[in-house]
Design a binder for this molecule. Structure first.
Ligand code: NAD
Length: 364
């Protein structure tokens, strides 16, 4: 298979982790006889510094011409501490999602048995958890009208959804549920919000086309509680943009660390693959970042973006082996025991590549 991949490392630990994601793609190309070509582009703070624009036209043009995008993270401490700055790194991310029509964010909560103890939730509650989140990406309070009163003492953000936005992601989520355990839980706040009542009505209509999938509706407050109480009850979870943002970060703790979770943003064009974590200023440049989420983003690119299931599995297996042999980055090491061999970003990346290079490919 021949594919052209755009790498957007971004800011903070973004470049440190995407380096290993790209290296994993190169190893997969060698082992499985694919031709992957690469280009690189700026976004976020790095792009503002170089061009004044968080999403330069050149980056967008390259993105539209690629088959998939591997992204790191954007963000810089100076913007976090000064909300009045008008040009901001995250504007690049919101704009590229909109421009590429990426309306669905898929976040699998993949739980490695070896990391059951890294979570703050009891292992017996976690074991067997396998959830696939579908978070809507182009609507909600993120894109509704934002108003600040003249005296600056009141503010509002419009929570808005259009029916077609709910329908298209609901179809994607139902199709995925059909390939899994055939359960879908839609999350809203229909007891209070009109936009949630539209969400629920629309999901109920779409559900009629998938009678083989069992549908459940939960209010966001209950869903947040159930996720910790009994995560195994969930299969596919469908949410709007804001509720999905919060719920998926909560779910990241099921997997033990932000450094272990990847996500795919898809729509009708080029797919966008990234770790769920941000630019992590606190650990930037210290060789402390866990590169596994970026490498798992590559597994998602191979499976969801290119339909290469064996290649994706090879990556997951290599990571599983690394963990089984007791290697950890700092964020997933249990500090109460010295059972684990704690590695930096680069050593962890190299070890995954080593195990990946031992994968044998049989052309069956
Ligand atoms: P964060 O995800 O960057 O970090 C949260 C915590 O998790 C930190 O303690 C960090 O050290 C740790 N962490 C994150 N990734 C890790 C990894 N791979 N390995 C080990 N530890 C890891 O979130 P934050 O601190 O709230 O935000 C920092 C910056 O990132 C902000 O500027 C924010 O705007 C930005 N951000 C960007 C994205 C994105 O680009 N998609 C997402 C979230 C936050």
């Amino acid at each position: 298979m021949t594919k052209h991949i755009l790498v957007i490392p971004g800011d903070g630990i973004g470049p440190e982790v995407t380096h290993w994601g790209k290296a994993a793609l190169q190893q997969i190309a060698t082992t499985f006889n694919h031709e992957f070509s690469f280009d690189e582009a700026l976004m976020g703070h790095a792009a503002i510094e170089a061009t004044g624009n968080p999403l330069p036209d050149e980056t967008l043009a390259k993105a539209k011409q690629s088959d998939a995008i591997l992204f790191g993270a954007v963000g810089h401490a100076k913007y976090d501490n000064d909300p009045s700055l008008k040009v901001r790194p995250e504007q690049g991310l919101l704009k590229i999602r909109k421009e590429l029509g990426l309306y669905a964010n898929l976040r699998p909560i993949l739980l490695f048995d070896e990391l059951l103890h890294a979570s703050s939730i009891k292992p017996m509650i976690l074991k067997g958890t396998d959830i696939l989140f579908f978070r809507e990406l182009t609507g909600d309070v993120y894109f509704g009208e934002k108003i600040r009163s003249e005296d600056r003492n009141s503010a509002s953000d419009l929570m808005i959804y259009h029916k077609y936005e709910i329908e298209r992601i609901a179809h994607k989520a139902y199709e995925a549920a059909r390939q899994r355990r055939k359960k879908l839980c839609s999350v809203d706040k229909a007891n209070v919000l009109e936009s949630s009542r539209l969400w629920r009505e629309t999901v109920q209509e779409v559900a009629k086309q998938y009678p083989d999938v069992q549908t459940e509706h939960l209010f966001i407050d209950n869903a947040a509680m159930q996720l910790i109480k009994d995560p195994k009850q969930f299969d596919v979870v469908l949410t709007g943009n804001l509720f999905g943002d919060i719920l998926t970060d909560e779910a990241s703790q099921i997997a033990g660390s932000m450094g272990m979770l990847a996500s795919a943003s898809v729509g009708d064009g080029t797919g966008f693959f990234e770790p769920i974590h941000g630019s992590a200023h606190d650990i930037t440049g210290k060789d402390l970042a866990n590169p596994l989420a970026s490498i798992l983003s590559v597994a998602l690119m191979l499976e969801i973006g290119f339909g290469l299931k064996d290649e994706a599995k090879a990556i997951v297996n290599a990571i599983d082996k690394v963990l089984k042999e007791g290697f950890r980055t700092n964020d997933i090491a249990d500090s109460t025991t010295n059972r684990y061999k704690v590695l930096g970003t680069a050593e962890m990346g190299k070890l995954v590549l080593k195990f990946l290079s031992q994968t044998t490919f049989t052309n069956s």
